[in-house]
Design a binder for this molecule. Structure first.
Ligand code: SF4
Length: 431
């Protein structure tokens, strides 16, 4: 019998990407054929995001596209965060076969297998387990994202995540270490520690620092990258861990605003002075430690002065990359009930200004590597070059296409391209 074809579409954060990769592994190992999204398939799985209005629109667009592309008998499965924020809307659509919420997402394969055996199961009957995702073997990424935590208790006033991902839950230490060992056994070289609010990791008293120490103590030729993290728990002892060459000198540290007044209204729990203090602690120890960040412009009540403070702080830090978000009202959040909403035109202007500052800083930061050595994890070969990322999380193009994929190479940085990515050019060093 011809294998059933399944296509995946993922929106949103690294955690969603990881969960899709894990489902891809499940379906592949169960004998399904994974086809490119947009190609004819028997099953379409859309892993949605709802963090902004725009994410909702993109999720709906992907669902509509899947429905249009799907043949008469194809199944359309919608999962991810929009399932919680727009459950009724999705469940009332008769062109969607199954609507599966985040806690049951890891059981999607059993749902589809039952369907093809003629057993129609309601998704609510599926097992709930936030961490029951298979080790990623087959997926869309070279680096191995490792889920360590889910949910969040912070309730920042603009954020819908705690409502759609639930309260903070930490995965058992043993399961995380086993996951990493299994990933190493299948040849993975970089472990990206992923969750919703990983700085708040705590399982039976083992904190994020404690977990990191255990991971760094594992033997093997690999490196560890921390994905997005809140400026929380940065003690001297924690920062010291970055002396370990296995731990990548890069953090995506979420700033959101450069104004203490706005941070307070956002219910963020740090001041600008504290944030800059963390940056200073790293910079005084580690030359060119890479910081990237998230910034929200146009938060209710944000004045010109508040915005200028944001511009000052991002210049002062010299972030090498900034995800700029225009404030997007989310139902049920505190900020949605706030007055002094900022007009769209002004949000666009402010977002453009941050984007320009970010471009300047990216170029300056990347140029500072010319003449230096980077250790690149190769991801793909392409037209005579090999692409990958250095330990500082900068994209590098190596002028050699005979390098092994998914391998570490020492390279010498030769130049920075004037392209959108400001890609770094490098030559391999064969010792
Ligand atoms: S820390 Fe704040 S912004 Fe981040 S997921 Fe939690 S509530 Fe949302």
């Amino acid at each position: 019998m011809k294998p059933k074809k399944v296509a995946f579409k993922t929106l949103g954060c690294r955690l969603n990407q990881l969960e899709t990769d894990s489902l891809v592994t499940d379906f592949h190992n169960a004998g399904y054929e994974i086809v490119e999204y947009g190609k004819p398939a028997d099953v379409y799985i859309i892993n949605t995001c709802t963090v902004t209005n725009q994410s909702d629109q993109k999720s709906k667009h992907s669902i509509n596209y899947s429905v249009r592309s799907s043949g008469e008998n194809a199944l359309v499965v919608v999962t991810g965060c929009m399932v919680t924020s727009q459950k009724e809307y999705l469940e009332n659509r008769d062109d969607i076969t199954y609507v599966v919420d985040n806690p049951r997402k890891s059981s999607v394969l059993s749902l589809i297998d039952s369907h093809f055996k003629g057993e129609i199961v309601h998704p609510s009957a599926l097992k709930q387990d936030l961490f029951n995702f298979s080790v990623v073997e087959k997926g869309f990424h070279t680096r191995s994202a490792i889920k360590i935590q889910d949910g969040c208790d912070n309730f920042c006033s603009y954020c819908i995540v705690p409502r759609v991902r639930g309260r903070a839950v930490s995965r058992p230490v043993k399961d995380i270490l086993d996951n990493i060992r299994e990933s190493l056994d299948i040849g993975k070289k970089e472990m990206v520690l992923t969750g919703v609010n990983i700085s708040r990791y705590n399982h039976n008293g083992v904190t994020f620092k404690g977990l990191l120490e255990k991971i760094l103590a594992l033997s093997g030729d690999f490196r560890v990258r921390i994905s997005s993290i809140e400026p929380d728990g940065f003690t001297e002892k924690f920062i010291e861990l970055f002396e370990n060459p296995k731990l990548c000198p890069h953090l995506h540290l979420c700033l959101q605003s450069g104004s203490d007044k706005v941070l307070l209204q956002m219910r963020r729990f740090y001041s600008i002075q504290q944030f800059l203090g963390i940056i200073e602690q790293f910079r005084s120890r580690f030359n060119r430690f890479n910081f990237t960040t998230d910034v929200i412009v146009g938060f209710p009540g944000e004045t010109d002065e508040d915005f200028y403070k944001t511009c000052e702080v991002i210049r002062q830090v010299g972030f090498s990359h900034i995800h700029t978000f225009k404030y997007s009202e989310r139902n049920g959040t505190r900020a949605a009930r706030m007055d002094n909403k900022i007009p769209g035109r002004l949000k666009n202007e402010r977002s453009e200004i941050v984007r320009q500052i970010a471009e300047e800083m990216k170029l300056t930061y990347r140029k500072s590597f010319i003449g230096d050595i980077q250790t690149v994890l190769t991801e793909r070969r392409y037209k005579g070059i090999t692409k990958g990322y250095g330990e500082h999380f900068i994209p590098v193009e190596i002028d050699n296409n005979s390098l092994e994929r998914n391998s570490f190479y020492k390279v010498k940085v030769t130049d920075v391209l004037d392209d959108e990515e400001r890609t770094i050019l490098a030559s391999p060093i064969f010792l």
